[in-house]
Design a protein around this ligand. Structure first.
Ligand code: FAD
Ligand code: 2HG
Ligand code: ZN
Length: 480
């Protein structure tokens, strides 16, 4: 089918208002958040209903054209943008953003794929409940994107990643059929779990159109603390001490190195350091309760005071108000933005066993600095989940673009090798997308790759769903 016919058929399905075809209209959606990849597409299609998504998927199958689902385009691995030479339809789910229902008695919420995470938070709160997954991109990231990447974020410690919070999925499969798996059942053993197959599938197995999400009871009172420490090892010991003292009230425990805080203070307006002195490492700790705010605060203070006495913590402060708590969180959530403003980074979203992470940070940092003179490591994030963003920056004062062109791939191979040697994963929470594909293929064991390919071929024999992402096909010619 030629391009003109495809566009006419898309126009007939969607109407002109939901179809963009000019370079200017397409441009904002073709480059990923990091600015690493600018893809090409024939059109941007924005369906408003499940039936329209089905018609577009059927058309793509007939025409043999790629479909690239996109939500908020906040993904870190360029999974939601086409490849530079693609002949593709970019399929935006943004118009499908309704919260279909909230059922506090069932502890569930059903939302369309384009619903933005902060809207999901607000809808749950309106009903006296809570959706407990959050991340820095919460004002843009969508339910569909969060599920398709199995996003993690800053509450995984207590509630798990998106997979653990997804009860049901409605999705259009690559043949245009509708998988109506929107149930909120807590138990369902009817064979292979298609919901969990679609979670983390990065748009390669179908288009998620809606999902039922798990809610948890509201816990309106929180204490947010900021502590300065000497090492990541002490940070992990602090986490375990706080868990012993506060139980599962501890919901977030985020590691921030001095260099990340410095970037934030330099580039993000209206930010200031919570502690007076300088510290090599910091942690942001959030604890929550539905019961007594005063009691939670008293117990948090006592636990931190003991950690000071025990030498785990060098200094610490607890936010005095909700506003100060939000300020502490902002320092953590804008690290990616500050890093992006400052320059390029080779990003490594790695996980190792939690207990091994402090040692990994120390030895991998030293190894990278030895191997690549002047390279600067910024390892931050979800220490309590054994996941840090082990980002490597060019030497100070060097030409970023030139250094990364020459050295970037070698740095990434080096870091991923160290991760593999530590029994870890090269994608803890961001997925594979386009940017990690070569490394995934290089390091994954053959059985895993073969199973992924078999699943992809079985569900998407024509290879129309987000080709060139996540699933390395053995023969590049099979990659449309
Ligand atoms: P997109 O970027 O649009 O797409 C991501 C992938 O999902 C693509 O492969 C796309 O094809 C696919 N997809 C999107 N919608 C659908 C759909 N409806 N059906 C099928 N496939 C679909 N991630 C974390 O895990 N933890 C963090 O802490 C975190 N913090 C972040 C902070 C910042 C400042 C930023 C910019 C990003 C952060 N991310 C984090 C990454 C990102 O927010 C997540 O990957 C998020 O899940 C992407 O959602 P999205 O709607 O933007 O998806
Ligand atoms: C975070 O934890 C995100 O802030 C982004 O996952 C990480 O920018 C990064 O490397
Ligand atoms: Zn993260």
């Amino acid at each position: 089918m030629d391009d003109r016919t495809i566009l006419e058929r898309l126009g007939a399905i969607l109407g002109a208002a939901a179809l963009a075809t000019t370079a200017d209209d397409l441009a904002p959606w073709l480059t990923d958040w990091r600015g690493r990849v600018t893809g090409s597409a024939l059109a941007l299609a924005s369906p408003g209903s499940v039936a329209e998504v089905q018609a577009i998927v059927r058309l793509a199958g007939e025409a043999g054209i790629a479909l690239v689902p996109q939500g908020g385009n906040t993904g870190m691995v360029a999974g939601g943008v086409p490849r530079p030479d693609d002949r593709a339809i970019l399929l935006s789910l943004r118009r499908m953003h309704a919260i279909r229902s909230v059922d506090p008695a069932d502890n569930s919420l059903t939302a369309e794929a384009g619903a933005i995470l902060s809207a999901v938070h607000a809808a749950a709160e309106e009903h006296g409940s809570r959706f407990p997954l959050s991340l820095g991109a919460k004002d843009s990231a969508t339910v569909g994107g969060l599920i398709a990447t199995n996003a993690g974020g800053t509450q995984v410690l207590r509630f798990g990643p998106m997979r653990a919070l997804t009860l049901g999925i409605e999705a259009v499969l690559p043949d245009g059929s509708l998988f109506d798996g929107l149930s909120t059942l807590r138990k369902d053993n009817r064979g292979y779990d298609l919901r969990q197959l679609l979670a983390g599938s990065e748009g390669t197995l179908g288009v998620i159109t809606a999902a039922s999400l798990k809610l948890v009871p509201a816990a309106p009172h929180r204490t947010v603390a900021w502590a300065g420490l000497e090492s990541a090892e002490k940070a992990l010991a602090l986490l375990r001490a706080l868990e012993a003292a506060l139980g599962d009230a501890v919901e977030s425990f985020e590691l921030v190195p001095d260099a990340a805080l410095a970037l934030v203070l330099e580039h993000i307006p209206r930010t200031r350091a919570p502690l007076a002195g300088s510290h090599r490492w910091h942690v942001l700790i959030e604890s929550r309760t539905a019961n007594s705010a005063d009691e939670l605060r008293a117990r948090s203070e006592a636990a931190l005071a003991k950690a000071l006495d025990d030498g785990l913590v060098a200094d610490a402060t607890i936010a005095e108000s909700e506003r100060q708590a939000a300020d502490f969180w902002k320092l953590r959530e804008v690290i990616s933005e500050a890093e992006r403003v400052d320059g390029m980074a080779a990003k490594h979203d790695v996980s190792v066993p939690v207990s091994a992470m402090p040692g990994f940070i120390e030895t991998a940092t030293a190894a990278v600095e030895r191997q690549f003179a002047g390279a600067r490591v910024i390892a931050f994030g979800h220490l309590g989940d054994g996941n840090v963003h082990f980002n490597v920056r060019a030497p100070a004062g060097s030409d970023d673009a030139a250094w990364f062109a020459e050295t970037g791939d070698a740095v990434s191979r080096f870091v991923h090798d160290l991760t593999r040697d530590a029994g870890g994963s090269l994608s803890a929470e961001h997925g594979i997308g386009q940017l990690k594909l070569a490394e995934f293929e290089r390091l994954a064991d053959p059985a895993r790759l073969a199973a992924l390919r078999a699943i992809k071929r079985a569900l998407d024999p024509r290879g129309i769903m987000n080709p060139g992402k996540l699933v390395p096909l053995a023969n590049p010619a099979e990659n449309p």
